[in-house]
Design a protein around this ligand. Structure first.
Ligand code: F6P
Length: 324
């Protein structure tokens, strides 16, 4: 292998820059020519590929977002798009790719790798923490800390006004951010995509809280919750429960930004370093991830097919017990 390119794709996640830096510098350290692709797979199609040196990644480890930019690229799902992308890689003599992203990114990588035989290593980068094969995905730790900071602030005002807040958090169809932020913030209840919620139970819980002198309540609603997001649930609850003034906050994209935590900077650096080392060993179609405190590989196929996050049963039980 002489030439390797790196790209970020799908939703950005804090820590991607630390990973790009590690990929580029580990490659250069090992005598590889390194390239960066702007805007993910779209940049491969548009030939937005440029040479990177060690200084191209100076002073980025602390930045949120991704300096390589990112995109959700529909064209890469077509044969024509993939062929164009391959032609552009060939034109630069690039023989391997490091792709940083979530399951959409890996689905594209799998098809592309199988079709053209190009070597690919994936790094799990998404705030959703929903990829099989890594206990943590890049960006999740920073995102959940952002959520916690925001919910704590809402708690201050909720408590001052004796209000009930429904706070919607991201995670697509994974309840990881919702469940763990609910525990971290002492939420009264949490509504998850993986679990059916009974409106009756939720209302009984809120009523018990009100009758036992709770001055405010926070309900965390995962955006993927099957019976509706925070606005819908708040509306249904309001029809039958009016002990508190009710408010809704959607945390939205602020959860994706911000300077990466120490955890995400180290994780990004470790996984970027490992991605290049896997390519140097001759490996392909693997995802590097963290299991326990070790970097391990999983086939991209397995990371995709087993991708669901499993809710921890003790945390689920605790959402009932600790919020009485
Ligand atoms: O996958 C990361 C994520 O932030 C999800 O939690 C969310 O559902 C989605 O991306 C939002 O995507 P977009 O920024 O394209 O609207």
């Amino acid at each position: 292998i002489k030439n390797i390119a790196v790209l970020t794709s799908g939703g950005d996640a804090p820590g991607m820059n630390a990973c790009i830096r590690a990929v580029v510098r580990t490659g250069i350290y090992n005598g590889i020519n390194m390239f960066g692709v702007l805007q993910g797979y779209q940049g491969l199609i548009n030939n937005n590929i440029s040479h990177m040196d060690a200084r191209s990644v100076s002073n980025i480890i602390h930045l949120g977002g991704t300096v390589l930019k990112t995109a959700r690229c529909l064209e890469f799902k077509t044969d024509e798009g993939m062929e164009l992308a391959y032609k552009n890689l060939q034109a630069h003599d690039i023989d391997a790719l490091v792709v940083i992203g979530g399951d959409g990114t890996f689905t594209g990588a799998k098809r592309f790798g199988e079709k053209f035989g190009i070597r690919i290593i994936g790094v799990p980068g998404t705030i959703d923490n929903d990829l099989y094969g890594s206990d943590f995905t890049l960006g999740y730790d920073t995102a959940i800390n952002t959520v916690i900071e925001a919910v704590d602030k809402i708690r201050d005002t909720a408590d001052s006004h004796d209000r009930l807040f429904f706070i919607e958090v991201m995670g697509r169809d994974s309840g990881c951010i919702a469940l763990r932020s609910a525990i971290s913030c002492g939420a009264e209840a949490v509504l998850l995509p993986e679990k059916e919620t009974s409106l009756n139970e939720l209302i009984t819980k809120l009523e018990t809280g009100a009758s036992t002198k709770k001055s405010s309540s926070i309900v965390i609603v995962s955006e993927g919750h099957k019976d509706g997001g925070a606005y819908e649930v708040a509306k249904k609850v309001k029809e039958r429960f009016n002990h508190y003034d009710t408010k809704v906050t959607i945390l939205g994209h602020l959860q994706r930004g911000g300077s990466p935590s120490s955890f995400d900077r180290i994780l990004g650096s470790r996984l970027g370093f490992a991605a290049i080392n896997e390519l140097l060993k001759g490996n392909t179609m693997l995802m590097v991830g963290l299991r326990g405190n070790d970097v391990k590989t999983t086939s991209i196929e397995e990371a995709l097919t087993k991708h669901t996050f499993k809710l921890e049963s003790d945390l689920l039980e605790m959402t009932k017990v600790l919020s009485i």
